[in-house]
Design a protein around this ligand. Structure first.
Ligand SMILES: Cc1cc2nc3c(=O)[nH]c(=O)nc-3n(C[C@H](O)[C@H](O)[C@H](O)COP(=O)(O)OP(=O)(O)OC[C@H]3O[C@@H](n4cnc5c(N)ncnc54)[C@H](O)[C@@H]3O)c2cc1C
Length: 349
């Protein structure tokens, strides 16, 4: 078996595509829309028990170094955020909280509210001082688009020169291409530069971009903006799929499939009231009181068909699988781990 179709462009789909391509498979990755991965904080909440080395290699990127171990950071509303792996400027080693932090916001922009965050930090006995710098960025414009040019970074460095705190907490300002600018800023200011932990913003998009680029580098063919609308199944095996995008609809054959279509938030599962169901109508679902934990049933990585038999060439990964341990705001580690399991399952067939 050498050709695989992977459905879903988030952490689970990109990692499984990358793993398969590195093992010599020809892979097509079909994905559409914004994955939850791009909405996340871009930090892995827990340490993986499986495939740690592969995850590190997959995430390795010269533009954005990672820090791992027990880490702590500050969320954009000033609360503590703990995780196991994060981009280098997001967190510090647990137990090494900076003695003093300057909380820097941009005038009129809601990305980080210095007074609110400082009050939260002071309440947690961390010495924090609010600081606002002048800005022309309209409140509804993401800061990443305004911090692409050298002049913007020059201006920021100058504004921050006089601050005496041990660390400077900034809103999230950079996409993947510009991450190195935080190192440069740290060098210019001579203080630790920290990025507030921010969901629904550039850190998650950075992670999704990084993952997609790694899959592409490994030789995966990426069909972006397309949706798999049907799977053809014969005798417990998938034999083909219908892929639709714009005005184009085509049928492709499939020797092996990984479904990594995400949860109800991204339409990977259909949510009706509190119940989830399979949009493809082919696989068994484990129902749960909480839609977050319901999803596809699986056995040793393979999905179970509606007659209760394990598929021979369709594996599942990520948020579309049922999981008793999934919680709000975590799931990246589990998505990566069960993407690895899905690949192992296909290789065992
Ligand atoms: C606001 C928010 C914050 C979070 N913060 C964290 C965090 O800090 N740390 C953490 O570990 N986790 C966090 N999570 C959870 C984490 O983002 C998810 O568990 C993880 O990204 C799931 O990855 P996935 O690949 O399974 O699914 P997704 O990333 O959702 O990818 C699935 C993709 O498949 C696409 N798709 C669905 N159906 C089809 C189809 N038929 N054809 C083609 N494509 C299809 C979807 O549109 C979607 O783009 C957060 C989640 C949210 C929403």
């Amino acid at each position: 078996m050498s050709y695989a179709l992977v459905v879903g462009n988030g952490a689970a789909g990109t990692f499984s595509s990358w793993l398969l391509a590195k093992r010599g498979w020809e892979v097509t990755l079909v994905g559409r829309g914004t994955p939850s991965t791009a909405l996340s904080t871009g930090c892995l909440r827990s340490g993986p028990n499986l495939c740690r080395a592969e995850i590190s290699e997959f995430l390795n990127n010269e533009k954005m170094p990672w820090a791992s171990g027990q880490r702590e950071g500050i969320s954009k509303i000033g609360t503590s955020y703990r995780c196991w792996m994060s981009p280098s400027h997001s967190t510090w080693k647990e137990g090494e909280t900076p003695k003093s932090i300057a909380v820097v916001g941009l005038d009129g922009h809601p990305s980080l509210l210095p007074r609110v965050v400082s009050a939260m930090l002071n309440g947690r006995k961390i010495k924090a001082t609010p600081f606002t710098i002048p800005s022309q960025v309209p409140s509804d414009v993401p800061l990443t688009s305004s911090f692409r040019k050298d002049e913007a970074w020059e201006g920021l460095a100058e504004e921050l020169q006089g601050l005496s705190a041990e660390a400077i907490l900034l809103p999230s300002l950079v996409g993947l291409q510009d991450y190195h600018r935080l190192d440069q800023l740290e060098g210019r200011c001579g203080r630790n530069v920290l990025e507030a932990i921010t969901p629904l913003g550039s850190p998650g998009q950075r992670l999704a971009d990084l993952m997609l680029s790694k899959a592409a580098e490994a030789g995966v063919t990426i069909w972006d903006g397309r949706k798999v609308t049907a799977l053809d199944v014969e005798n417990d095996a998938a034999i083909g799929a219908t892929v639709v995008g714009g005005m184009d609809a085509r049928h492709i054959s499939a020797e092996a499939v990984i479904l990594a279509t995400g949860g109800p938030l991204v339409d990977g599962l259909v949510l009706k009231e509190r119940d989830v169901s399979d949009p493809l109508g082919k696989f068994r679902i484990v129902r749960s009181k909480f839609p977050l934990t319901g999803g596809y049933d699986s056995l040793n990585g393979m999905l179970i068909n509606i007659d209760g038999r394990p598929m021979v060439n369709v594996a599942g990964a990520g948020d579309c699988l049922s999981s008793g341990s999934r919680e709000y705001g975590s799931g990246l580690t589990e998505a990566l781990e069960n993407a690895y399991r899905a690949v192992r399952a296909l290789e065992g067939t």
